[in-house]
Design a binder for this molecule. Structure first.
Ligand code: ZN
Ligand code: ZN
Length: 773
């Protein structure tokens, strides 16, 4: 009897063997339902083999073979096997976590096969606005019949645009909408209650035509015949922008590459990296390839989607991110798998999409830490994307204004190829002037300096926008008693409770615990409690008092909890209905606000003396990015940084827009100190309610590591940066290797020993190439 080896969502680093009844066809990559313990589980067949080491009486048969979705490819398996091995995560959980939720459920997938509608060739030739000939009557008699015949003659015969009867209001609206883009019935529903009947009439007349969104001839949503059928694509390309010399050179260099190569596209903010992406995509699409574009922020996907759709109006572009409904995500995933989706735009999970015709990968804002997953399979989507490009033999472009030091180092040492964009795409847009204000030598109003307030006043008078950037939400980061020095600590964590004045609460941002603001000090009874420091809400209040007429908008996680809120805010900003923006890093990323000419940075100093060796790198990237928001159109921008250390090299480098110099000094420091990218790291983390248990586990793990005698450096067991969270004690152990290979060999030997350690009542995890300390 044939045996299948099945990946299951079980935390064991093994596959599970099952038999298959005679006569049932099953292939690698298919999903199956199998008995596991008392449960029935969904798994993926990784291999079909002839024999098993399991005793015949113990092996169970597969319950059901699911044929509702195309099998996963061997190529995807290779990628997932690599991830499982590299990130030390069980193979079954790796495979299952890469799938859309619907494919992980044991219920058969019911695919939506939706009909879409578009204009026919003759429909496209209609003139919807022109006054009709013959006085506005509907075509009738001989003339009308002739016109009605026209569509059947494929429309090419007539280049003369015909007027459409004015009376048919709903039909006109439908045609106008379809002229913008193909739509399905649901998307047209808002036009009229009778839209179904009217659409039918338009199809019958030959003005519109229906087509299957999935391009599938048999109505099967996972037909892969699209791979060959669409090998050469013609698409409309809005080539509205002239490339600069540097942009053209970048495009040429990448398009001349037909095999694997990793490019670092280092372009200052406003230098037009996106335009380079557009031209690279155009090149790939013309040749029938698929493009995978990874972006860090789910918030950025709708506007990017809209932008790329406007540049490639008839290209099938889909998005993949966790904000989609389960049905949408499955549908889009299957479009990518069938080779029908030509551009796949997504957040980190999209790196695992099946892409049979993948020809180019782009990772935008490659330095962004959101590409790293912080739980479960702790992968870096950027690094997996590089492996994938290599596996597939296609080029990959990493884009950033402030590359990660890892990527920058690789580009300098020749592992990656550097592409530079040093000028802004719009000649009249200059880089903003950056200056520092010493907070110890100036008048401050609740954390905002008088100079900055004056500059904001000037912008309001000129009807320009200002942005105040502060990386703390809430009113104040802590509440203090002036009598005894009591601070609002969280009783479950080692952190402080943040004051939120809007609803008079203290909230812990680590565990979510909240309290009403006390009327008196819980420690000494003193009623004089003071907020210490500033958050977004406090800055908003100060500005309201100073500029009562100004329209102030606060953008942080609290004000954008509602799904549509951020979208609405962006529209307000673009319509110049806002004078001052106050926000956290949400505002720093990738948004283009043409009326914004002043950026004030409040309180960035904590990162300068952080224990995290990456804090300065992150701060530089964040400030360069937020500074890049100022003065993108024809108005020059200005950035004011409030700091107690105006002479710090980081701020000097920002003022001179000198990423190269800054990166060189940082890399030299890292090399001296023995930090990445000059070493490779793995972090073992443990947490549990009992301090002794957590430390005993880590100390045993350390002893086991030392006894292995590999060429790696084993550091001491230390408390985590937040040593207690939600009543759990947290500690960690760092391992470093001078070579990636050394570290990987060590981890392969170490992990089975960790699995064998007693670990009651605690959770532990391995994090390879950790970003958070
Ligand atoms: Zn007190
Ligand atoms: Zn807490």
């Amino acid at each position: 009897m044939p045996i299948v080896r099945v990946a299951l969502d079980i935390p064991l680093s093994t596959l599970f063997d099952y038999t298959v009844a005679e006569g049932i066809a099953v292939a690698a990559g298919q999903r199956v339902i199998v008995p596991f313990g008392r449960r029935q589980m969904v798994g993926v067949v990784m291999e079909c083999v002839a024999a098993t080491e399991m005793a015949p009486e113990r092996i169970k048969p597969v319950t059901q073979v699911l044929c509702d979705s195309a099998p996963l490819s061997a190529e995807l398996f290779d990628l997932l096997r690599f991830c499982s091995d590299y990130y030390r995560y069980p193979i079954g959980q790796t495979v299952l976590s890469a799938l859309p939720t619907r494919l992980r459920s044991d219920k058969p997938v019911i695919s939506r096969v939706t009909l879409s509608y578009r204009l026919s060739a003759s429909g496209a030739a209609l003139d919807l606005d022109a006054p009709p000939r013959d006085g506005g009557a509907e075509p009738s008699g001989a003339g009308g019949a002739a016109e009605r015949l026209l569509p059947q003659s494929a429309g090419y015969a007539s280049n003369v645009s015909q007027p459409f009867p004015k009376r048919k209001v709903v039909q006109r609206r439908i045609l106008a909408k379809l002229a913008e883009q193909p739509c399905n019935l649901a998307q047209l529903k808002s036009l009229s209650a009778t839209v179904g009947a009217q659409l039918k009439a338009l199809v019958a007349e030959g003005w519109a035509e229906s087509f299957l969104e999935t391009h599938s001839s048999e109505g099967s949503p996972f037909d892969t015949s699209g791979r060959t059928a669409t090998s050469v694509q013609k698409h409309t390309f809005d080539n509205a922008h002239m490339l600069t010399g540097e942009q053209q050179q970048a495009v040429d260099t990448v398009t001349q590459t037909s095999s694997y190569a990793c490019f670092l596209l280092h372009g200052i903010t406003g230098s037009g990296k996106t335009e380079v992406y557009v031209h690279l995509m155009h090149h790939v699409l013309q040749r029938g390839g698929q493009v995978l574009l990874l972006v860090p922020e789910i918030n950025l996907t709708p506007q990017l989607e809209h932008y790329f759709r406007s540049r490639f109006p008839d290209v099938n572009l889909i998005s993949l991110h966790s904000g989609l409904s389960e049905g949408e995500r499955l549908h889009n995933w299957q479009q990518a798998q069938a080779g029908v989706a030509q551009i796949v735009l997504g957040t980190r999970l999209a790196v695992f999409a099946e892409l049979p015709r993948l020809a180019l990968i782009i990772v935008d804002e490659e330095h962004d830490s959101s590409f790293k997953q912080q739980d479960g399979l702790r992968y870096s989507a950027r690094d997996v994307a590089i492996f994938r490009a290599n596996q597939r033999g296609v080029p990959i472009v990493l884009g950033s204004a402030t590359p990660s030091l890892e990527s920058y180092h690789n580009a300098q040492s020749g592992r990656y190829r550097m592409l530079r964009l040093t000028g802004r795409a719009l000649a009249e847009a200059r880089l903003p002037a950056v200056r520092c204000i010493n907070i110890n030598q100036t008048v401050m109003h609740h954390g905002i300096s008088e100079n900055l307030l004056r500059e904001i006043g000037l912008r309001i008078a000129r009807r320009e926008q200002s942005l105040l950037f502060i990386n703390r939400r809430g009113y104040a980061p802590v509440l203090m008693c002036t009598g005894c020095g009591w601070l609002s600590g969280c009783k479950h964590c080692a952190g402080k409770m943040v004051l939120h004045l809007n609803d008079k609460r203290l909230r812990c941002h680590h565990c979510g615990y909240q309290l009403h603001v006390p009327h008196a000090c819980p420690s000494c009874g003193n009623a004089d409690l003071h907020p210490v420091g500033s958050g977004t809400q406090r800055v908003e209040n100060v500005l309201q008092e100073r500029f009562p007429e100004a329209r102030i908008l606060r953008v942080d996680r609290d004000s954008t909890r509602n799904k549509r809120a951020w979208q609405t805010m962006r529209e307000q900003i673009h319509a110049n209905e806002v004078d001052i923006l106050v926000g956290t890093q949400m505002l720093a990323k990738g948004h283009d606000f043409p009326a914004l000419t002043l950026v004030g940075v409040l309180n960035p100093d904590s990162a300068l003396y952080s224990s995290d060796f990456r804090a300065a790198e992150k701060l530089f990237a964040q400030l360069a990015q937020v500074a890049g928001r100022a003065g993108r159109a024809d108005k020059p921008g200005e950035v004011i940084i409030q700091t107690a250390f105006p002479d710090h090299p980081l701020f000097l480098a920002l003022q001179t827009h000198d990423f190269e110099g800054w990166a060189a000094s940082q890399l030299a420091e890292r090399q001296m100190a023995g930090f990445p990218p000059f070493v490779y790291q793995a972090m073992l983390r443990a947490e549990g309610k009992q301090e002794t248990g957590v430390y005993a586990f880590l100390n045993q793990a350390r002893a086991a590591a030392v006894a292995l005698q590999f060429a790696v450096e084993i550091l001491g067991v230390v408390p985590a940066a937040l040593p207690r969270r939600a009543n759990h004690i947290r500690a960690q152990l760092l391992i470093q290797g001078a070579k990636r290979k050394d570290l990987q060999q060590f981890l392969r030997a170490w992990q089975p020993l960790l699995d064998a350690l007693p670990a009651q009542k605690l959770r532990w995890s391995l994090d390879i190439d950790p970003l958070e300390f």
